[in-house]
Ligand binder design. Structure first.
Ligand code: GCU
Length: 598
């Protein structure tokens, strides 16, 4: 019965809303027309611009973007006279009235556009948090749910010569059946938080492709390219890697997919030498250029092997929050600053928590030699038995992998964070892990599980989910949520599975420059002592293959209300939100220096 209802729901929603079109990858390598910049906005907490008083969708709501011309006609909105918001960017930190706002905000962009002959146009969003309903020239073209992954709609034939209008109803209300759900420990930044553009393609174009080393081999490159368009099957796709003197013409099959495998010996990507190759994928109508690195990633017993050699992942967790007190990180400068601090720490690894970060963050990390743990926001108490929630999580996983599958620096796809154990949760996550593997048989699959106490002083991770993961990854807060820092001295860890261990979170809070005793919470002295003792505890774990302490810098969270200390900030950062380094920064940096020399 449930399946039937689910399918019915799926058909019905599909009928009302056009589905997003398959994701176009590598936007920066394509012909685009940017819609970034100033958009008009209307705050609409009661969704008055979408529903009538009976909560039925309006025939002509704010999406129609009508001007007030005939003053005899009643119209209670007018974008053109309303205030603006900048795109990309969260609304919370742009205008005071938006700081805590959770609800609907309407965005409107008008622009002149010249339609080039023999082309198709796609409206592309890097991300919108949380739900977007999109209108082009007054026509509702579709809806997308999920705040951290890209989506695009084909708008060929909807754009017109001259002035066009795009309206987006953005709703960041948290929802119990959402991904994430109602409860999280980060600021619910709403808005069109990443870039928006029109992607211009030939009638038949290269929509997607995958080019990496064959699993477990360092001298064989495999790949495929996906054409999209009516004349796919009689197109020839050429893949070229000039520096490797590789060029091959491919003939797509009836579904527009062309595959290849070739003996090639690329210089391997490593954190010390993050080598990238220019890769060109082209037809007679277009050329898509990308920068791709080649490496192998695997586990062997309790080791993580990069290019066949054991590597220790000297990491740090990072939220996608801009430095210096701004909101969502959404510029190259924001990403560069966060990753530069990670490099200063001595990191070769970053956990981009708790959701896929913007594409530039991953690409800049790749160029800087930082391996990445990439994660979807299946966080805490998800509605495990809700089919629509599973579909949402699977869509976000699929979109994350689709976007970043050619990034050599991503070594782990993480499918969950601190999810309470249950049969429904295990089924949900087992299915998600299988989906990840079906899309990417090479990278490691992880999740931040939770610790268990075997007996006082002896800890483990005893979670059935671990059976479907390649690593034992978990968050532990001995010395913060569990006792004082001195407790670390008497705690040891044992694991039944022979797999690499990555401790995906540890740490504690400190207000920058607040000094006191080592057991005075929120002092730098406490945090420093906690890091010293935590690291000594971690050194006693033989199967430890990496760690990503929580967290690079203080970040906003509505759960952190201790006035004068937290003031809406989670203070577990090694840097303050202003970029000031705390004493614990240097404790971790010293350990990573020691590890580098080993
Ligand atoms: C959890 C959670 C984080 C949270 C952290 C904390 O482990 O994964 O998202 O911020 O604890 O309590 O600070």
């Amino acid at each position: 019965m449930k399946t039937f209802l689910f399918l019915l729901l799926q058909c019905f929603s599909g009928f009302i809303f056009a589905q997003v079109t398959p994701q176009i990858i590598n936007i920066e390598g394509r012909h685009t027309f940017s819609l970034d910049g100033e958009w008009k906005s209307i705050i609409d907490p009661f969704e008055n611009g979408y529903y009538d008083y009976r909560r039925q969708p309006l025939n002509s709501g704010y999406g129609a973007d009508k001007d007030v011309v005939d003053k005899s006609i009643l119209q209670e909105y007018n974008f053109s006279t309303d205030k603006s918001l900048m795109v990309p960017g969260d609304w919370n930190t742009q205008r005071a009235e938006f700081y805590y706002y959770e609800g609907t905000v309407w965005y409107r962009k008008r622009f002149d556009y010249q339609i080039k002959p023999e082309t198709r146009q796609f409206l592309y969003f890097g991300a919108v948090n949380y739900e977007a309903i999109v209108f082009v020239n007054g026509k509702e073209i579709g809806k997308h749910e999920g705040g951290f992954t890209p989506f695009n709609f084909e708008v060929t034939g909807l754009l017109k010569k001259g002035e066009n209008s795009v309206v987006v109803k953005v709703d960041n209300k948290r929802r119990i059946d959402g991904v994430p759900t109602l409860n999280s420990d980060w600021w619910n930044y709403g808005g069109i938080t990443r870039n928006v553009c029109i992607v211009e393609t030939p009638k038949t174009y290269v929509r997607d492709y995958y080019i990496q080393l064959k699993k477990g081999e360092t001298n064989k490159v495999v790949g495929w390219a996906q054409l999209d368009g009516n004349s796919s099957k009689n197109k020839i796709i050429t893949v070229e890697i000039p520096e490797l003197k590789f060029k091959q013409q491919l003939h797509p099959d009836s579904s527009g997919v062309a595959r290849f495998e070739s003996v090639l010996k690329p210089k391997l990507w490593t954190p010390e030498n993050p080598k990238l190759y220019t890769v060109k994928i082209y037809t007679t109508d277009e050329a898509v250029v990308d920068e791709i690195g080649f490496r192998t990633i695997a586990t062997k017993g309790t080791q993580i092997l990069l290019n066949g050699k054991p590597i220790f992942c000297r990491g740090i967790s990072i939220h996608e929050e801009a430095p210096f007190g701004k909101g969502r990180a959404c510029t190259i400068e924001d990403d560069l600053q966060l990753l530069t601090w990670a490099k200063e720490l001595g990191c070769n690894f970053v956990r981009l928590a708790h959701y896929p970060h913007n594409e530039q963050m991953v690409r800049i990390a790749e160029r800087m030699g930082l391996m990445v743990w990439s994660e979807i926001p299946v966080y805490w108490t998800i509605q495990w038995s809700n089919p629509a929630t599973y579909l949402n999580a699977e869509n976000q996983l699929s979109d994350m992998i689709t976007r970043d599958k050619n990034r050599a620096n991503i070594i782990i796809w993480s499918i969950a964070n601190e999810t309470p154990r249950s049969t429904e949760r295990l089924n949900f996550l087992t299915k998600l892990a299988a989906k990840a593997r079906s899309m990417d048989s090479v990278r490691l699959i992880g999740a931040a599980m939770e610790k268990e106490e075997i007996k006082p002083g002896l800890m483990t991770v005893d979670d059935e989910l671990g059976n479907v993961l390649d690593i034992i990854s978990f968050n532990q807060y001995v010395g913060w949520y569990d006792g004082l820092p001195a407790k670390c001295d008497s705690v040891n860890w044992v694991f039944s599975a022979t797999k690499p261990v990555i401790i995906s979170e540890f740490g504690g809070g400190a207000l920058y420059n607040l000094r006191g005793g080592k057991t005075d919470r929120f002092t730098e002295d406490y945090q420093e002592d906690l890091y010293i003792r935590s690291i000594n505890m971690l050194k006693r774990i033989p199967s430890l293959a990496g760690t990503t302490p929580w967290i690079l810098k203080d970040f906003r969270s509505p759960r952190r209300q201790l006035s004068g200390i937290q003031d809406d900030y989670n203070r577990k950062g090694l840097l303050s939100e202003k970029g000031e380094k705390k004493r614990s920064f240097f404790v971790l940096q010293k350990w990573y220096e020691e590890l580098k020399e080993k």
